[in-house]
Design a protein around this ligand. Structure first.
Ligand code: NDP
Length: 314
C-alpha cells in the first residue's frame, strides 16, 4: 500500500476540522485534511446559519463551510477528498488508511469526524431534507415561528428540542414511540406542563406529505396491535431528535470513548489518551453540538498539536 508521511493529518471537514486546518497551516505544519463522507459536515444539511458570530445577516451552511474551506486552503492546507477507513495508533508515526488504498503516516493526528444525527429511515426524510425536515432545532427552529412542528423522540434531546421549539412555534407535537419518555424527570415535567406541547405516546411516523415542503405527517398508534389507529397531523416542520451517532468507529479500538462512542478528551483540552492524537468537535461532544464550539475545540487541537511538535522527544 502506498504510504505518505505528513506532519499533521486532520480527518473531517466540519467547523472543527477546518478551524484546526487554519491554525495548523498558519503555524507551518502543512496540514493535510481529508474531507470524509460528508464534505463540509453537518452544516451542509441545514439551511441558514444565524447563530455563528460574524454573520449578522445569516449565511447558508454550505456557503459558510465553503468559506472555511477556502480560508484553510489560503494558508496552505492540502484539502483532499477521501474517507479514513482504518487506523493504526499503536506506534508513532500514527497511520491512517484512506479509502482502503493509501496509508498516511503522521506525527500528529486531529480527529474531527463529527457526529451524524440518526434518522428514522423513511424515504420522505430524504425527500423533504431542508424542506421541513431537520435534525437540529437550534439551527432551524427560527424558521418555524408561529408554525406547527413535530419532534420525534423521547429522550433529553427530544424534550430539549420540543421546549426550544415551543418558544417559537404555535404548537409542538412530541412523537414518542413508547408509552413513556426516557428523558430525565425534570425535562419530562417541563414538557408535560408546557401548554404548547402535545405528547403523542405509542406513536410512530409512517410518512410525510406536502407539495414541495412538509405539510403533514402520517402517524400510527399501537402499530400492529388490535387497537391500531392511523391518522394525519398538519405540520410545517418535522424534527428528528432520536440521538446522534459519533463517527468514531475506526478509532474505538485505540482511543477511550464514553458509553455512546464519543471520544474522550482530557477536560478543557483536545488531548486524547495518546500523545500527538487530538480530537475536536462533535465526535467528542454529546452536549453542546454547536458549530462555534466545534470550531473552538478545533483551534485548541491545533494549538496543542503545534506545542506537542515543538516539545516532542525523538
Ligand atoms: P437518547 O438515546 O437518550 O434518546 C433517544 C430517543 O429517541 C428515545 O426516546 C428513543 O426511544 C427514541 N428513538 C430512537 N430510535 C427511534 C426510532 N427509530 N423511532 C422513534 N423513536 C426513536 O438520545 P438523546 O439524544 O436524547 O440523548 C443522548 C444522551 O445525551 C443522553 O444521555 C441524554 O441524557 C444526554 N442529553 C442530555 C441533555 C441535557 O442534560 N441537557 C440534553 C440532550 C441530551 P426509546 O426510548 O423507545 O428507545
Amino acid at each position: 500500500m502506498e504510504i505518505e508521511k505528513v506532519t499533521c493529518l486532520i480527518i473531517g471537514s466540519g467547523p472543527a476540522g477546518f478551524t484546526a486546518a487554519i491554525y495548523t497551516a498558519r503555524a507551518n505544519l502543512s496540514p493535510v485534511l481529508y474531507e470524509g463522507i460528508q464534505p463540509g459536515g453537518q452544516l451542509t444539511i441545514t439551511t441558514e446559519v444565524e447563530n455563528f458570530p460574524g454573520y449578522p445577516n445569516g449565511v447558508s451552511g454550505t456557503a459558510m463551510m465553503e468559506d472555511l474551506k477556502q480560508q484553510s486552503i489560503q494558508f496552505g492546507t492540502d484539502v483532499r477528498r477521501g474517507i479514513a477507513t482504518a487506523c493504526d495508533l499503536s506506534q508513532r508515526p500514527y497511520k491512517v488508511t484512506i479509502d482502503g488504498v493509501k496509508e498516511i503516516a503522521t506525527d500528529t493526528l486531529i480527529i474531527c469526524t463529527g457526529a451524524t444525527a440518526k434518522f428514522l429511515g423513511l424515504p420522505d426524510e430524504k425527500k423533504y431534507e431542508g424542506k421541513g425536515v431537520s435534525a437540529c432545532a437550534t439551527c432551524d427552529g427560527f424558521f418555524y415561528r408561529k408554525k406547527v412542528v413535530a419532534v420525534v423522540g423521547g429522550g433529553d434531546s427530544a424534550c430539549e428540542e420540543a421546549l426550544y421549539l415551543a418558544g417559537l412555534a404555535s404548537k409542538v407535537y412530541l412523537i414518542v414511540r413508547k408509552e413513556y419518555l426516557r428523558a430525565s424527570q425534570i425535562m419530562q415535567d417541563r414538557v408535560a406542563q408546557h401548554p404548547k406541547i402535545e405528547i403523542l405516546f405509542n406513536t410512530n411516523t409512517l410518512g410525510l406529505f406536502g407539495e414541495e415542503f412538509v405539510e403533514g405527517a402520517h402517524l400510527v398508534k399501537f402499530q400492529g396491535e388490535a387497537n391500531e389507529e392511523r391518522w394525519d397531523i398538519a405540520i410545517d416542520g418535522f424534527f428528528l431528535a432520536i440521538g446522534h451517532q459519533p463517527n468514531s468507529d475506526i478509532f474505538r479500538h485505540a482511543l477511550p470513548t464514553d458509553g455512546n462512542g464519543y471520544i474522550k478528551t482530557q477536560w478543557g483540552t483536545a488531548k486524547t489518551r495518546l500523545p500527538g492524537v487530538f480530537a475536536a468537535g462533535d465526535v467528542t461532544d454529546s452536549n453542546y453540538r454547536q458549530a462555534i464550539v466545534a470550531a473552538a475545540t478545533g483551534c485548541i487541537a491545533a494549538i496543542e498539536a503545534e506545542r506537542y511538535l515543538n516539545n516532542i522527544e525523538e
